[in-house]
Design a protein around this ligand. Sequence first.
Ligand SMILES: Cc1cc2nc3c(=O)[nH]c(=O)nc-3n(C[C@H](O)[C@H](O)[C@H](O)COP(=O)(O)O)c2cc1C
Length: 216
Amino acid sequence: MPRAAKNIRNLRSEYPKDEILERGLPSNPYKLFEDWMNSALKSVQEPHAMNLSTTTRKAMPSSRIVLLRGIERGGFEFYTNYRSRKGLELAANPQACLTFFWFELGRQVRAEGKVRKVPAAVSDKYFASRPRESRVGAWASDQSREVTDRQTLDERFEFYDRKFRGGRIPRPAWWGGYLLVADRMEFWQARMGRLHDRVQYDRKRNGRWAMVRLMP
Ligand SMILES: Cc1cc2nc3c(=O)[nH]c(=O)nc-3n(C[C@H](O)[C@H](O)[C@H](O)COP(=O)(O)O)c2cc1C
């Protein structure tokens, strides 16, 4: 570990040279996100992997990576176990934050807002589209709970695998989608010389967005 610490201290990455200029920026940040995601889909591995930060009722934060599965219904859609740690934290405090980091483009996007569950029918449809193994896994894993050992987990999988063999696998009621509806979004673009570009959009009461530039 000490060697790793020494090596990270000297790590210097060169980011691609792009820029954000106010001229030509869309008035809606979802449009800009869509443009950036389209670029990321061409050059970034797992561009839909995003950091999700939640907090407990006492404001203790926790973060983890989840996959973006849609930019629909005016928000960012992701799927998980409603009884997981993040699910319980979102029930206690629905305010959350998402962060994307696209190294290959030198870009970061942050979205903050309120999270709500997507309608059950939407979760049903997405659940049905997942590979069988993932659907069985959703039943087998009480996500974020302790398990005695690996064997116990494998046995749980085998139990549900057998139970649903040859039949339809319903969506567990405790598994489904969330939508984060952003009221603030920030776009960060690495620039040469470390004076990076940052623009922040805030949703106003009338539903329109106000955009400002932030210092890096
Ligand atoms: C690349 C990547 C993608 C992931 N995607 C998801 C996901 O879409 N949904 C999910 O519940 N967990 C996903 N995970 C696992 C989570 O990071 C996390 O371990 C899990 O959801 C339990 O988190 P929690 O205990 O904080 O609730 C992913 C992990 C990685 C590294």
